[in-house]
Design a protein. Structure first.
Length: 155
């Protein structure tokens, strides 16, 4: 191998991009092979979503590879990981569990609004207008899209 190629392969971002590339190609092959076995148009195929995910992952792996090649050895790809704030991780997990168990009892819209408000506050957003507007708007838009337009049963 050339010295230049070895230098690129030592960069974590380049190795990660190669891993994502392999995952994207694997998912792409799975989607195409699975769709070939059924006799449905693509718009009704259960393999359409994995196909789209694989295409986006493929594009992102190329972008990540280009970033890794452009960056120097001491650049952004070699920064240490930030310290994990376990209190926030556990609080998020607790909010998710509470959301899961509260949804059947108080309904989708109200439980989603409360869940989003709590997550916004945990993430540091303190402006009441922003927190309220985003929480209510997101809940109502999701409900309208899935329940009203797509006829998906929500709890």
């Amino acid at each position: 191998m050339s010295h230049r190629l070895k230098t690129y392969l030592q960069r974590p971002v380049v190795r990660e991009s190669m891993l994502f590339f392999v995952l994207a190609v694997s998912l792409l092959v799975y989607s195409l092979a699975g769709h070939r076995q059924i006799s449905l148009p693509w718009k009704l195929s259960p393999y359409l979503f994995p196909l789209l995910v694989s295409l986006f992952l493929l594009i992102l792996s190329f972008c990540l590879f280009a970033e890794g090649v452009r960056s120097d050895q001491k650049g952004a790809s070699c920064r240490p990981f930030p310290k994990t704030e376990w209190r926030n991780v556990l609080a998020t997990l607790a909010f998710c569990l509470a959301y899961y168990f509260a949804m059947p009892h108080i309904g989708f819209i109200l439980s989603t609004i409360v869940f989003l408000v709590l997550l916004f506050l945990l993430l540091g957003e303190r402006r009441p207008l922003v927190v309220g507007t985003l929480s209510v708007a997101t809940s109502v838009v999701i409900y309208y899209l899935f329940h009203v337009l797509l006829h998906v049963m929500l709890p």
